[in-house]
Design a protein around this ligand. Structure first.
Ligand code: PMP
Ligand code: GLN
Length: 381
């Protein structure tokens, strides 16, 4: 007790997944796909495990994966990246985020965070001694204004942390929004840590725009990705950071004492995966878009007020119209116990200004699972 880590609450994803299991519920809470993942990527990992080298890889990642990351940056975003000085492999995006924040923040530095925010951000900002300054996005379109940024940025701002596409809001930032953020980052001479784990999961013909590709931002951004999302293998925990050498170096210093390195066979398979053809990446987004439509239509048919979802694994529904007396946390607990369907309360992604009637459903599930969830909800509502 009294320890700043010990006193942290248990993450909402663990809490809701365990509750879901207890009630035999369909778990549309924690974000993970329920299929096997691409067979060819699995085969490469399996072959590398049995026939390859299984000792510590270099702490920055295997050359083949780092070269593949540079190739991916060129192919999708026309970014020229030097794999030797500008890429690093981490054990998941979670470690990449942690290494970035520990490596870049000094005690007393201010960090601009957009709410809703992924639940690992704030504890790590605090652990690093950073002082959070919040921009609260407003449902239903999760918008923000110039005045919101004016209020959050100051001479003490060290960096802004942006998650685009945004979990749980399923928002994809527009170019004008990114331009506004870029303007502030440059005006206040700060950095941007860009959590882009859902970079390939954008729908309806949208394109993902890394903040790093905007004018003046190449050497101010640290771009984070995750093989978990790009290859539907969330348990693998292979992430990566791309950044200019002077930004990557302090992050690597943190990484060397967090995990140091990441399983080599998984790195080999992710390197292979990043080179897959266009059809793989469009198929991934197209398949998820169809699942989004299936779940969103089902939820609407049961009476949920479904908000737009432009990307990610998620769709948010406003449950105010059910006239439920209680907050979103209580709603999700009861939904799990009574309807045996699990969702995540959106207030868990806020520390202030939280909406209290929004819940997040994950649609990266097999069709029959989504349909069964809707039938359970129909029986309850
Ligand atoms: N950032 C966001 C926004 C996420 O939703 C997640 C979880 N999927 C992560 C980071 C963590 O990714 P990883 O599993 O690669 O650590
Ligand atoms: N990113 C996943 C989600 O938002 C959860 C990952 C985790 O459980 N740590 O549901």
């Amino acid at each position: 007790r009294g320890n700043r880590v010990f006193d942290l609450p248990t993450t909402i994803f663990e809490v809701m997944s365990r509750l879901s299991e207890e009630h035999g519920a369909i778990n549309l809470g924690q974000g993970f796909p329920d299929d096997r993942g691409p067979a060819d990527v699995l085969a490469v990992a399996s072959d590398a495990l049995l026939n390859g080298w299984n000792q510590y890889p270099s702490m920055m990642g295997t050359p083949e994966l780092r070269q593949a990351l540079a190739g991916h940056a060129k192919r999708f975003y026309d970014l020229d990246v030097d794999w030797k000085t500008e890429t690093m492999v981490t054990s998941g995006a979670t470690e990449a985020l942690t290494a970035c924040l520990l490596g870049l923040i000094n005690p007393g530095d201010e960090v601009v965070l957009f709410q809703p925010m992924y639940d690992s951000y704030l504890p790590i900002v605090r652990l690093a001694g950073g002082v959070p300054r919040f921009v609260s996005l407003k449902a239903p379109d999760w918008s923000f204004t110039r005045a919101d940024l004016e209020a959050a940025f100051s001479a003490k701002t060290k960096l802004v942390l942006i998650n685009d596409p945004l979990n749980p809001a399923a928002k994809v930032f527009t170019r004008p929004e990114l331009e506004l953020i870029a303007e502030f980052v440059q005006r206040f001479d700060t950095l941007a840590v860009c959590d882009e784990v859902y970079e390939h999961l954008v729908f309806d013909g949208r394109v993902h725009i890394p903040l790093m590709t905007l004018p003046g931002m190449r050497d101010r951004c640290l771009k984070i990705g995750s093989a978990g999302k790009t290859f539907s293998l969330t348990g693998w925990k292979v992430g990566y950071v791309t950044a200019a050498p002077h930004l990557l170096q302090p992050v690597a210093k943190a990484h060397q004492f967090l995990t140091f390195t990441t399983a080599p066979n998984l790195q080999t398979a992710v390197a292979y995966g990043l080179g897959k053809d266009e059809a793989y990446f469009t198929g991934l987004a197209g398949g998820l878009q169809a699942k989004r439509d299936r779940l969103a239509e089902g939820l609407r048919s049961v009476g949920f007020d479904v908000l737009p979802s432009a990307g990610t694994y998620f769709v948010v529904a406003d449950v105010a119209r059910f006239g439920f007396a209680g907050d979103d946390q209580e709603f999700c607990r009861r939904l799990t116990a009574e309807a045996r369907v699990t969702a995540i309360p959106v207030s868990a992604f806020f520390v202030q200004d939280a909406p209290t009637t929004c819940v997040r459903f994950c649609f990266s599930k097999r069709e029959e699972v989504l349909d069964a969830a809707i039938e359970r909800l129909r029986a309850r509502f």
